[in-house]
Structure formats: C-alpha cells, structure tokens
Design a protein around this ligand. Structure first.
Ligand code: SF4
Length: 264
C-alpha cells in the first residue's frame, strides 16, 4: 500500500498510530464500525504475503477435575552460568522443583534460533505443546507463525519459549510460585540468547515477569524492560483464536513491535 493511500485509509478507520507497510499482496477484508454508522466493508490492498487471518479454532476439552493436592513450596533450581542451552534443557528435563512435573507429558523447554535478536515468551505449554515437546504448535502455532510472517519473521529467526516449562493441567494459568520455580531456566535461556527485544505474549506472563498488575491494554501500549532488555507485550495467539474481533488491534500491535524492533 502506498504511504499516501495507507494514511487516508488509516485516517478513515480512526487509526492514529502510523503503521508501516508490512502487509503485502493479499486482499484482506476489513469490517469497520464507524461511530453511529453502519458497518462498512472495505477491500484493502495489502503488501505482505503473510496472511494474518485467524485459522479455525481448536477448542480444548476440559479435563476431569483433579484430586486436590496439598500445596508444596517449590525448591529452587540451580543452574550454572557455564550451562549452554543443551545442558540447561537436560537440567530442566530432570527438574522436580514444582508439582507441574507430575502431570506433564513432555517438557517444553524452548525452540528456535539460539542467536536470535528477538525472543517470544508465552506463559505455559498447552496440550498440543505438551504432547509435541515444542512451543507454539497446533492451532496456536499456525496463528503464531502467521503473526511472525506479518512482520517479516519466521520460526528460524526467533527464539521462543514459555515462562514455565511443564504444562499446568486443565488449561489453568501457571501460579506465581510455579513461575518462580522455573524462573532460573527462563533467565538462563535469555542469558544465552541475549536478545535485543523480548516479546511477551499475553497478560499472565507479562504481569508476572514485569511484576505489575497493569491491565493488558496498559501492558500493550507501554514500554518496559526485563533485566535490562526492552520488552513489548502483545496478545497471545490462543487469546486471538478465541477473540477474533481483536484481529485488527493485533495487527496494530505487530506493527508497533516491528517498528520498535527495527529501531533497536
Ligand atoms: Fe521444573 Fe519448571 Fe517443570 Fe516446574 S515447570 S518442574 S520448575 S521445569
């Protein structure tokens, strides 16, 4: 899209933030809800071959309620500065620092380019990832890869992981003490990759790592650092699968991320 056409288009849909021309080549249908007006459907020409439409949703069926266990304070996990990612993964495989190890199928340690300039971090493995042993697979992974493509990236250019490496049952969010138990692995991974930018996916991991109770809106619009590394927050792909009405806002967030990443 030419800049002048894009500016007119953005003004028409009420977008104030400049958006770079990261999209290309595909026709994308956008439904615009103008204030007090009927919905208007515009066909816009985009540049990026990346398709950020959201794939058909996979709904995870809740598992039967688990037997309630006594709360146990996790033991700290010790890692060495000399551990490389292979050694760290081996230590994580053997880790029993929190109760999540008891119900997981596979450890989901991390994947991608060990020299990446950008690291994406989700909160915890879901069922697909628990079965596969890799982060961002299944329906989440399809959308995640489309989100990456929309900003000119692919899995081979980034590193990706979760805040906790073992899957919490029943799709619940990880508890703060589980994040704490697993934190040394996450920090050691970041120490090895040394990214220029960290992208946190969703409210739970962002609030936990940034130690804030800020809303997701505040987190998405803010600028943060984690142990000295710049951080941006965007929606988690699993959230976007459930809330497809937020597709346009995700597109805007990805553009902000791209512009910020390119400025570093
Ligand atoms: Fe260890 Fe992390 Fe798994 Fe808990 S989630 S058992 S701390 S690797």
């Amino acid at each position: 899209m030419r800049d002048d056409f894009q500016s007119v288009y953005l003004k028409e849909i009420g977008v104030q933030t400049p958006i770079s021309s990261f999209v290309d080549a595909n026709e994308k249908e956008v439904v615009i809800e103008a204030a007090g007006a009927e919905k208007v459907v515009e066909q816009i020409q985009t540049y990026n071959k990346a398709e950020i439409s959201i794939p058909s949703q996979t709904v995870e069926v809740a598992e039967p309620a688990a037997t309630i266990k006594e709360e146990v304070t996790p033991s700290p996990v010790f890692v060495s500065g000399s551990d490389d990612l292979v050694a760290l993964k081996a230590k994580a495989e053997a880790c029993k620092a929190c109760e999540l190890v008891e119900s997981r199928n596979q450890l989901v340690f991390g994947d991608g380019n060990e020299n990446a300039d950008i690291v994406f971090i989700g909160e915890a493995p879901n069922r697909d990832e628990d079965l596969d042993g890799k982060p961002f697979v299944g329906a989440n992974g399809v959308l995640f890869e489309r989100m990456l493509a929309s900003i000119g990236l692919n899995r081979g250019e980034i590193y990706m992981m979760h805040g906790v490496k073992c899957r919490p049952q029943h799709n619940r969010a990880p508890k703060p003490k589980e994040f704490m138990a697993c934190e040394s692995f996450l920090n050691a991974q970041l120490g090895k990759v040394e990214p220029k930018l960290i992208c946190l996916l969703g409210r739970v991991v962002a609030q936990t790592m940034l130690k804030t109770d800020a809303s997701l809106t505040e987190l998405r619009e803010g600028r943060f650092t984690y142990r000295g590394t710049p951080v941006v927050v965007i929606d988690h792909p699993s959230y976007l699968l459930r809330a497809q009405q937020n597709k346009r806002r995700a597109w805007q967030d990805l553009n902000r991320l791209k512009i910020y990443f390119q400025s570093l």
